[in-house]
Design a protein. Structure first.
Length: 110
C-alpha cells in the first residue's frame, strides 16, 4: 500500500517544487495522511487535501491500462493489479506497449 500511495502522489504531480526529491517528499507526507485520506487517494476522483497542499485529481485515464475509446486497442490489468505483481520489468514493458498503441492511434486519427 505504501508503494502505491508514494507512486500515486508522485505521478499526480501533487508534490510541488522542493529541494527534496518527489519520492522523499511523498515518503514524508505519508505519515501525515489519515487512513481515510490515504484511501481517498486510491479512488478515480481524489478529493483535495488542503492541509497538505494536495489538489483534487481525476485519475480517469485510459492510459492506465491501455488506450481505449479510440478504436481497437490492447487492454491490460489496472495498475493496482500490475503493482501487486511486484515485477517492475513487466510494468515497464506494459507501459511501453501502451505508449506504442497511443502513438499508433494518434497517427491513425490525425
Amino acid at each position: 500500500m505504501k508503494k502505491l500511495l508514494v507512486a500515486t502522489l508522485m505521478s499526480a504531480g501533487m508534490l510541488g517544487a522542493s529541494a527534496e526529491t518527489p519520492r522523499e517528499k511523498a515518503e514524508a507526507m505519508l505519515p501525515r495522511l489519515t487512513l481515510d485520506e490515504k484511501i481517498s487517494l486510491t479512488m478515480d476522483e481524489s478529493p483535495a487535501i488542503p492541509r497538505l497542499g494536495i489538489p483534487e485529481f481525476n485519475w480517469w485515464s485510459e492510459a492506465l491500462h491501455g488506450v481505449a475509446r479510440a478504436g481497437l486497442a490492447t487492454v491490460f490489468a489496472q495498475t493496482i493489479g500490475m503493482a501487486a505483481s511486484f515485477d517492475d520489468a513487466v510494468g515497464g514493458e506494459t507501459f511501453d506497449i501502451i505508449s506504442d498503441d497511443a502513438r499508433v492511434e494518434f497517427n491513425v486519427f490525425r
